[in-house]
Design a protein around this ligand. Structure first.
Ligand code: PHE
Length: 340
């Protein structure tokens, strides 16, 4: 039996050397180490080995099994690494990796919008929303805008075939909100897109972004309006910021103002930059809202309020010294990565 085992070992190890694929290696394993394999067949002879030889034969049996098993494993590993090597053939793994798509960053408009929202929320304003496709009623009539007002012109406003339009300002949300709220006070802000048929240039886009604000209660005053907006702009531009309220006209506020902030750029003379429109809500607006509501929550005799609308694109441009508004929509990564 000892000779038999030695012969089997030699035979097996020689056979192993010529095997070159997984199937033949598996066949080999079954043929030698399997339950019906050659080694099992020989070890059945242990029963007939005389007791004084059992130890020696047993040891030999283990040695042969060990040799065949590890020979097989070595062969399998060699085969696998040959396969790996051929898989990467022709590939230079020392080449540097390709730059990927890069990590994105928050758009400067989003950053300024979120900063504006955060600042106003601290003063008790909550977010409100309204559709971008609007009725003439919400965009003009309810906002006390006369039928012959130039803003209603087809050359200034995008009209849909059914008579609706793309809102020209976010002031529509003032009406939407007052039409639906249950109680006073109303203290909302509404950021969103507005549309105008403007010639596109460095300071105009046909789609731009505004942020509307509205505060209505029983005793809202012009002082509240000034205090709120001065605080807001100092939060945005810094505590030294000088804000100016310049008399203006809007159909839906009376009195009305445009707000300018004084900006001192290094080495340049300070400039006033127009940044928002605002005013005390015109009683005619409360009257229009009351008519659709059919109640007297917004009785013009009983409530007062202020409203403001500011240009978010302009805010971003001022804050970052952006000289062309078109940069904000072109998605040029050379521009955008400066804000990451
Ligand atoms: N809706 C005005 C505009 O787009 C801005 C504004 C809002 C003015 C609220 C007064 C009150 O120019």
């Amino acid at each position: 039996m000892l000779t038999e085992l030695s012969e089997l070992k030699t035979e097996a190890l020689t056979a192993l050397d010529s095997l070159t694929d997984e199937t033949s290696l598996e066949n080999f394993r079954v043929a030698y180490l399997g339950k019906k394999g050659k080694l099992t067949a020989i070890s059945a002879g242990m029963r007939d080995v005389s007791p004084d030889l059992k130890k020696e034969v047993g040891a030999k049996l283990n040695e042969v099994r060990e040799a065949i098993t590890s020979g097989l494993a070595t062969r399998q590993e060699a085969l696998q690494s040959a396969k790996d090597a051929s898989a990467v053939q022709g590939i230079d793994i020392t080449l540097p990796g390709r730059p990927g798509l890069g990590v994105g960053s928050i758009h400067p408009l989003t950053t300024i919008r979120d900063l504006a929202i955060r600042t106003l929320r601290r003063m008790g304003f909550v977010l409100a929303d309204g559709p971008e496709i609007e009725t003439e009623w919400h965009c003009f009539d309810a906002l006390n805008t006369p039928t012959d007002h130039p803003a209603r012109n087809e050359r200034d406003t995008f009209y849909l075939n059914d008579g609706r339009l793309l809102r020209t300002h976010t002031s529509t949300v003032q009406i939407r909100t007052m039409e639906t709220v249950k109680d006073l006070p109303v203290r909302i802000i509404a950021p969103g897109a507005a549309y105008r048929r403007d010639e596109i240039d460095a300071t105009h886009l046909s789609v731009f972004n505004q942020l509307e604000g509205l505060y209505v209660a029983q005793d809202v005053s012009l002082a509240d309006l000034k205090g709120t907006l001065e605080f807001f702009f100092r939060e945005i531009f810094g505590p030294q910021t000088v804000v100016r309220f310049r008399p203006h006209f809007f159909p839906f506020t009376e009195p009305s103002f445009e707000i300018d902030v004084k900006l001192e750029a290094k080495g340049k003379e300070a400039r006033w930059i127009e940044i928002a429109g605002c005013g005390m809500v015109d009683p005619a607006v409360f009257a229009a809202v009351s008519k659709t509501r059919g109640d007297n929550l917004f009785d013009p005799e009983n409530v007062t309020g202020f409203a403001f609308g500011l240009g978010l694109d302009r805010l971003a441009m001022i804050l970052h010294g952006i000289t062309d508004i078109r940069h904000l929509i072109e998605n040029d990564t050379r521009f955008l990565t400066q804000f990451s």
